[in-house]
Design a protein around this ligand. Structure first.
Ligand code: UDP
Length: 327
């Protein structure tokens, strides 16, 4: 299938390009490069354009001959979304509406959306299933909820075939070392701990050690980025038969902040300073998802479910590319 990939130069998007090509699909990237990296798209055609410009989106759809759209382009910092919600509602909601409008105009009706486990807010218990209440606690999560509502309405009214994939914590890098995580600013735990192991920062701070979890630190479900990518391809291939689809992408296993730090020390063979600081506002104590639905319905299975394997691929990427794509 020919696929337009918005945000294809970003972290999850660029790994999706790899999986698309492995599965014999033809990807075409649309990215404004505000966060992404041109080097991350490999040999895929890349159009630098912005979703706020419907003319640019329309010509990219036309040029690519796309029969489906994978939509990764979004703003994704929770803290920033609290400070500047307008940016998030425009980038994540309004621009998605524009994209969907152009798709309708051109008769493209297959859509894969980057959802998020943030829609669950602070769950009462884990593992979380897709039928749990969605009750995001920050603007970023609410933009993801809003788009899911739009998609359901468009499916009913216009016959849009969509999948919303609710990621838990994306992590790791391509095992061949060619692409990996490179955010600016970096806020995610695994790359920050690795930066400490590489001596790029003095220490790593644990945000809160008094949570009601086994070791007092927050627990997350880390999913390998290529496993996320393969789920996108499988969902896209199943759209004609199964849409609409809403799936968690998770491993069902939780790891605490201390687990991650220990694992990075082990994999890297390096020691570094660990500080304990107060909680970061808005962090739920435990987010672990059940991915039974996508396993059952599409046969998805994470190929890289262990924290060790995830950290190993991330470590290899950062060690070889200490300055990310800029290095
Ligand atoms: N975290 C931490 N120190 C850091 C960055 C993150 O203790 O420097 C914690 C954070 O509070 C959360 C977990 O690590 O409990 C995962 O955070 P991340 O930002 O990677 O993902 P999130 O779950 O917030 O999407």
């Amino acid at each position: 299938m020919k696929v337009l990939v918005t945000g294809g130069a970003g972290y999850v998007g660029s790994h999706a390009l790899m999986e698309l090509s492995r599965a014999g699909h033809e990807a075409f990237v649309f990215d404004n490069l505000s966060q992404g990296h041109a080097q991350a798209v490999g040999s895929c055609p890349l159009v630098r354009g912005d979703l706020s410009d419907e003319g640019q989106v329309e010509s990219a759809l036309e040029q690519s001959g796309a029969e489906a759209v994978m939509h990764f382009a979004a703003s994704a910092y929770v803290g920033e979304s609290v400070e500047d919600p307008e940016k998030y509602y425009f980038n994540n909601v309004v621009n998605t509406l524009r994209l969907l409008r152009v798709m309708r105009r051109r008769g493209v009706d297959r859509f894969i959306f980057s959802g998020s486990c943030t829609v669950y807010g602070v769950p009462e218990r884990v593992p979380i299933g897709e039928d749990w209440p969605v009750q995001a606690i920050n603007p970023y999560g609410r933009t993801k909820m809003a788009v899911e509502g739009v998609l359901a309405d468009y499916a009913r009214a216009y016959g849009l075939k969509y999948a919303s994939l609710r990621y838990f914590n994306a992590a790791g890098a391509a095992p061949d070392g060619s692409i990996g995580e490179d955010h600016d600013p970096e806020t995610h735990l695994i790359p920050l701990v690795i930066h400490a192991a590489l001596g790029k920062r003095d220490s790593i701070a644990i945000f809160g050690t008094d949570y009601p979890t086994p070791d007092g630190t927050c627990v997350r479900d880390y999913v390998h980025v290529l496993d996320l990518a393969s789920a996108h391809v499988m969902a896209m291939e199943a759209l004609d038969e199964r849409a609409p689809m809403v799936y968690n992408l998770s491993t069902g296993r939780g790891h605490s902040v201390r687990d991650v730090i220990e694992r990075v020390k082990q994999v890297s063979g390096r020691d570094f300073r660990v500080l304990e600081v107060p909680r970061r506002p808005g962090d739920p104590p435990e987010l672990v998802g059940s991915a039974n639905k996508i396993r059952r319905e599409l046969g998805w299975e994470p190929r890289c479910p262990s924290l060790r394997a995830i950290v190993e691929t991330a470590w290899n990427w950062h060690k070889e590319h200490p300055d990310g794509f800029g290095g």
